[in-house]
Ligand binder design. Sequence first.
Ligand code: SAH
Ligand code: SF4
Length: 353
Amino acid sequence: MEKVLFFDIDLDKLNGTLDSWGEPNFRAKQVWQGIYKKLKATPEEIQNIPKPLRTKLLEEFSFSYLKPEITLSSKDGETTKTLFRLPDNQSIETVLMSYTRRQTLCISTQSGCAMGCVFCATGQMGFRRNLSSGEIIEQVLFFARQIMVEGESLTNVVLMGMGEPFHNYDATMEAIDRLNHPDGLNLSARRFTISTVGLVPMIKRFTKEKRQINLAVSLHAIDDDLRSTMIPLNKKYPVEQLLNCCRDYVKTTRRRITFEWALINDVNDSIEQANKLGRRLRLFILDGAPLCHVNVIPLNPTQGYGGKATTRERAIAFKSELERLSIPCSIRIRRGIDIKAGCGQLADFVENK
Ligand code: SAH
Ligand code: SF4
């Protein structure tokens, strides 16, 4: 039997456990701070707790489920990707991007993905399983420890690795809550960005919960016919339904929403499409949701999809058309392509060769 992963429990549960072991009530916080704040990798390194307790914690809990198997760094040295093996032999990937003094970590919420977007390597590999909250957390702690050695700390965490975070909603939110904890890593909700393919009921739930987490929605097309060929989920939650619930999100939370658009040559990168998107987002704004933004990114290559990235010129023209319609747009720089660490390129190494 696998031991319980320490990161799968919250501070209350730890309190209860240590209480049942006859420990004084300040101990749980000491242990918690040792692991989550001082970033110790095991209880053996927590100096201010008694030795027998360190041993007992090691007997009862696992302090690591993730085994780093392969780590690759891009030529420019700014992007590092690690493939972790899970106890049941599944795998996930996590990407650290270090540039302009920001340390952005891109984490996975599932092994594989059930959504099957045709242009995405994770979608192409299919669904393996949900990660537990602890497995999501451990990716963050692993890299937080690693960069601490270099005197750095994480500035942002994006849930844009493998998987659809809103298809594993509870574990994702529990993980973020635990990473927010003031006695722990204390990484505030505003530093997190969730990207969703557009699971409408979960966007509605997220809206009601009024969290401070940033939200990005992968739109990629404004016509249902085209979007459905790229994103099978569009048949269930078509564009208008999705945009209306995004509008309600902005109206209710007063937070900005980001729409993501991977520019694919001759598929969704024309001026006409930019114009259609821009006009629709003007309506979005007029409808009481003034805070929206478009992120375009030239498509990253994946093995199972023949589409090609747009050219730099067409990306600029797409952005200019949106801006002409007063819709803010940024062109995201592709990073880590040489190590297949770019958006949508994460998959099992073996299958990704
Ligand atoms: N499942 C979530 C988050 C993970 S994917 C989602 O789909 O939003 C993170 C982002 O990468 C999404 O915007 C997704 O549409 C985008 N993406 C997927 N494949 C891509 C590719 N080949 N090139 C560029 N972006 C891609
Ligand atoms: Fe899943 Fe997102 Fe990839 Fe679609 S783009 S298959 S939702 S990870």
